[in-house]
Each structure stands twice: as C-alpha cells, then as structure tokens.
Design a protein around this ligand. Structure first.
Ligand SMILES: [Zn+2]
Ligand SMILES: [Zn+2]
Length: 336
C-alpha cells in the first residue's frame, strides 16, 4: 500500500511533493501550488502562486508577509474535505500554534498524514491535536531523543512567578518566539492568575494583536519601549530570543534573563545564551508524546523528518514499525 503512496508523495529539493494533486507541502522555494501546515518561517514562506491553508494560517502569513503571502490564498477550515486533482485533502488540528494543521491526504483507500509540527499537551491558544488513523504518518522529530521530556507547563510558569516574588526589584525578561510561544506564555500566566500588564518588545506586538483579533484573549499588554525604567521593576517583559542577550535587555532594571523553549532542557544551551532562568516550555512533542502519537495513529509506516530522525527511527523499529528518514532540507531545529 505504502509502495504506491511513495509513487505520488515524494521528497524533492523544493519540499514534499504530491504528484496526484500537483502541489508542494511547506515548500522551501516558491512554487505554483502550496499547501502550508502552519505559519512558522520554516514552513510558511513568501512568494507562492497559490496557497491553501487554514484561515488562521493565512491570516498569520498576511500579517508577516503582506502582499507576498501568495498570489491567491485559499482558506480551508479544519475538517472540510477538498478534492485536488486525484487526492482528497483535509486539514485537522495539530496543536502546535494557532491555525496549525496536519494535512490528511487520501487516494485509492490509502491515507497519509503529514503532521507538520505538533504537540499533544493542552494549549489554550490553539485547537488540540486530533488523532487520524492512517497508513503512513509523517512525523517531526525536533525533540526526538529520550532526554527530552518536557515538564508540565504549570510547573515552569510557577517557577517564573516564584522568581518574581523573590526579586521584586528586578525585571524578568523572557525570550519567546513571536508566533505561538509568546501567546502561550501570556495565556499560561493569565491562567495562573497573573493580571498585571505584561510588557512586550515591539517585534512581538503585531502577532499578539492578530491572536486577539482571532479570539485569543491575552490580557493587558504594554510596549516595553518607552516604558520608564522604574515601571519595569518586578514586571514581566517578553522579547524575541535574539533580544534577551542583547543591549536591549541590559537597559532594563537588573534583569533576570529567562527563556521559554524546549531546548532549555539542555543546560549548556541555556548557559551559552546567558539564560539565568531556563523555562522548559515547548510547542513540539517531547519523546513520550512522539511515541504516544505513533501508537495512537496506528500507522504501519512512519516517515521521520526534521530533528533527531535516527533515534526516532531506531525506537519505532523496536516497536515493530516500519520507519524511514524523509530527508527534507530547510527546517531549522531552532524554530520553536
Ligand atoms: Zn513550527
Ligand atoms: Zn518546524
């Protein structure tokens, strides 16, 4: 069954290509027809002729790329089926960031699921991952090593709030990616009862506004730029990862440098980035979530891409699955 699937779904230098529908999934270079899993920069790129994605992903692409988001943008809501050439395409929630989708392709009784990036734990900013049984499941492997086991989010947020109580004179600067992580940290803080205004680096503001327009409430937000030094004492400031080790952060009152990322599990990595308070909060499946997912989707065959392919393939084979690496280029292990 999968032998025939391999004849119409193939890795190419531009990305994964579906020959029966004549489109690329998350293409690396501009193509005539693209189907995009989610808005992160290594999946959604500018300049494609026609883009099919969830309405939220298209809104994110327009927010980031403006006119260059694509020639024509076609929204497809979660769960709706669309015929493209000889395949049926469906988008279902991937639980990764707002609008993120798994792409479900069906042809001749064979079903393939391209999961893009995903996670299994609850995230108040997006729809939860939906299990789709399939014949071939294409999984990411960003945190595909047994060392990566993410702790509960609540525990990490509690550590941040504890530090804030311990150091009421210090600003707490948290490095977060602009799409997804930023809004997730905001909503987790709100759920913990933190109601103070949270200060944002200017680069984070447009995506937060868009999330709010799309119905994700984030609570009171203020721009960090222009705020008086004294105002930021004992406050939380979110900034892109690049800014936290920069001059920008040093202007803040005696900052505690924190960072919210699955990579914070690796102590050397936190240290190299000058992070004093590493928070292990990830938008990708950890080792246990990866294998829980492989179990749940019950696909006899697994294709593994971006990340620690080897370890996942080895473990999947031990579990009796047929697994192989899908060598796709252009996905950054950092983009989370
Ligand atoms: Zn992503
Ligand atoms: Zn990715």
């Amino acid at each position: 069954m999968s032998a025939s699937l391999a004849s119409w779904l193939k890795p190419t230098s531009k990305g994964l290509y579906c020959a029966l529908g004549d489109f690329f999934i998350d293409p690396r270079w501009p193509v005539a027809r693209a189907v995009v899993t989610h808005g992160h920069g290594d999946h959604a790129r500018r300049g494609n002729g026609h883009v099919l994605a969830t309405p939220e992903t298209l809104a994110i692409m327009r927010n980031r790329f403006g006119e260059e988001a694509g020639g024509t943008l076609q929204p497809l809501a979660y769960g709706e089926a669309l015929r493209l050439g000889e395949v049926t395409v469906k988008l279902v929630p991937a639980g990764h960031v707002l609008g993120s989708a798994q792409i479900v392709l069906e042809h001749g009784g064979c079903r393939a699921v391209i999961s893009g990036d995903y996670k299994r734990r609850a995230d108040p900013t997006c729809a939860p991952f939906e299990v789709q049984h399939c014949d071939v499941f294409i999984t990411e492997a960003t945190f595909g090593l047994p060392v990566f086991r993410h702790p509960p989010d609540e525990q990490e947020i509690a550590r941040l709030l504890h530090s804030l109580r311990l150091f009421p004179e210090r600003a707490h600067v948290v490095g977060v990616y602009a799409l997804g992580k930023c809004q997730r940290v905001l909503t987790l803080l709100r759920r913990h009862g933190y109601g103070d205004p949270i200060y944002l680096h200017g680069a984070l503001m447009p995506m937060c506004r868009l999330y709010e327009e799309l119905g994700v409430a984030l609570g009171p937000l203020l721009p960090a730029t222009g705020a008086k030094r004294g105002d930021l004492q004992g406050k939380i400031v979110l900034a892109p990862p690049m800014a936290i080790s920069d001059l920008w952060a040093r202007r803040l009152p005696d900052p505690v440098i924190a960072m919210a990322s699955g990579w914070m599990r690796v102590k050397q990595r936190a240290k190299a980035q000058g992070v004093e308070l590493p928070l292990v909060i990830s938008d990708h499946a950890d080792w246990d979530e990866l294998f829980q997912t492989l179990h749940d989707v019950a696909a006899p065959e697994i294709w593994v891409t971006h990340g620690a392919e080897e370890a996942v393939i080895r473990q999947a084979s031990l579990n009796g699955l047929k697994a192989r690496a899908l060598s796709l280029k252009g996905f950054e292990d950092d983009a989370e």
